[in-house]
Design a protein around this ligand. Structure first.
Ligand SMILES: *Cc1c(COP(=O)(O)O)cnc(C)c1O
Length: 392
């Protein structure tokens, strides 16, 4: 057998990520590869840092993409800020808080967990109590937008509490960046990581990060070496840091960086506030459709992410079968539940380029048809009209 070129089907990606990539970004990626120290490439890197600062709402000098997916940005924050023996308070309200705990422990720190029910926001009162009970804590970590459940937490309040108690703040903004208001400087977030494959609608594989002065000071005054060579900020600064004397650290994923550059140009063209508003509007329409059908949102109103809509599966419905039909017959991907929510919910993403009126109506129509054919207990034939009414 001769293996042929791979031609993926064209899907509509409305799961928890990756989201459908804007065709402009795919085109940018196919441009000629440059050397990673080529002066023309270095100019592009400098532009990218400027545009990332815009996306994060920060003036932080140290703002750059890590050459690996969001999980690597997470790891970079923890391995650099946490030294062996450090106590870190981790707020957990879903899957990603659990990964933060792993990162703390693998960095030699000890994690104090502040747990909230999955599907709700982080409760600042519980964090306050944990800070009072652990005056020796050095860092507070939390997930701004929990993609596993669709809940958004109050980053500003969490960061203010942490700083009152002398802690630095690590924030996971993988799903919030470009989708929901995120004000890194105003909220005083110290170490922030994100991803390219969610609301930036770029290809997966990069993790934009930004570090405050206080965070950098913590890193440069460490007593022990960072345990990861690849993610050690002290070394990466030699490549991504300003100035003309850029030294080889690793070969940057050149074409993937072209993709991110284009994604950020697109974000600038639309405007950050307009991007947030678009995500909110499409969420409102999808929500009207879901509620008209009789589907229930998992997250209470006021704590819902517009870009990740978690709804409960109707009684007696095989949720995996529904996703499988949507994929095979509609080329439409929606997400399943994770952990305790597996089998009980769907996660419908409206991220970046995929957050559009066309996709909202398509998804509602498809889900309505598939559920109706299964004789699921929903109200048929009303969802699309309910969503259209929101756009009128
Ligand atoms: C997707 C996601 C990550 C991980 O990003 P990858 O690019 O998959 O490594 C981390 N945190 C949150 C909240 C996410 O949604």
């Amino acid at each position: 057998m001769t293996i042929q070129s791979f031609h993926p089907p064209v899907r509509t990606l409305m799961g928890p990520g990756p989201s459908t990539v804007n065709p402009r970004i795919l085109e940018a990626m196919s441009r000629p590869t440059l050397g990673h120290l080529d002066p023309v490439f270095v100019t592009m890197m400098d532009e990218m840092k400027v545009m990332l600062r815009y996306a994060f709402n920060t003036n932080n000098e140290l703002t750059m993409p890590v050459s690996a997916p969001g999980s690597a940005g997470m790891e970079m924050c923890f391995v650099n800020l946490v030294e062996p023996g450090d106590k870190v308070i981790v707020c957990q309200n879903g899957v990603f808080g659990g990964r933060m705990k792993e990162n703390v422990e693998r960095s030699g720190g000890s994690a104090v967990m502040v747990e909230d029910a999955w599907g709700t926001a982080v409760d600042p009162d519980k964090l306050r109590a944990a800070l009072q009970a652990n005056p020796d804590a050095k860092v507070v970590a939390f997930v701004h937008a929990e993609t596993s459940t669709g809940a958004i937490s109050d980053a500003k309040t969490i960061a203010a509490l942490a700083h009152e108690h002398g802690c630095l703040v690590i924030a996971d903004t993988v799903t919030s960046l470009a989708g929901s208001p995120l004000l890194v400087d105003e909220w005083e977030l110290d170490a922030v990581y994100s991803g390219t494959q969610k609301c930036l609608s770029c290809v997966p594989g990069l993790s934009p990060v930004t570090f405050s002065k206080a965070a950098i000071e913590r890193v440069t005054t460490r007593k022990s070496k960072v345990q990861s060579w690849f993610l050690d900020l002290n070394l990466i600064l030699g490549y991504w840091g300003g100035g003309s004397k850029r030294a080889y650290h690793h070969t940057a994923p050149v074409n993937t960086l072209y993709a991110l550059h284009e994604a950020l140009v697109i974000l600038q063209e639309e405007g950050l506030e307009n991007s947030w508003a678009r995500h909110q509007k499409n969420h409102n329409a999808l929500r009207a459709g879901f509620e008209a059908m009789g589907l229930q949102f998992v997250v209470p109103e006021g704590e819902r992410l517009p870009q990740l809509n978690a709804v409960s599966v109707p009684e007696g419905v095989d949720e995996a079968a529904v996703r499988s039909i949507l994929l095979k017959e509609y080329n439409l991907e929606i997400g399943a539940g994770l952990g305790a929510m597996a089998g009980k919910i769907w996660r419908v993403g409206l991220m970046g380029y995929a957050s559009s009126q066309t996709n909202v109506l398509f998804c509602l129509g498809a889900l309505d048809a598939v559920l109706s054919s299964m004789r699921a207990p929903i109200i048929s034939g009303v969802a699309v009209d309910a969503a259209r009414a929101v756009y009128k």
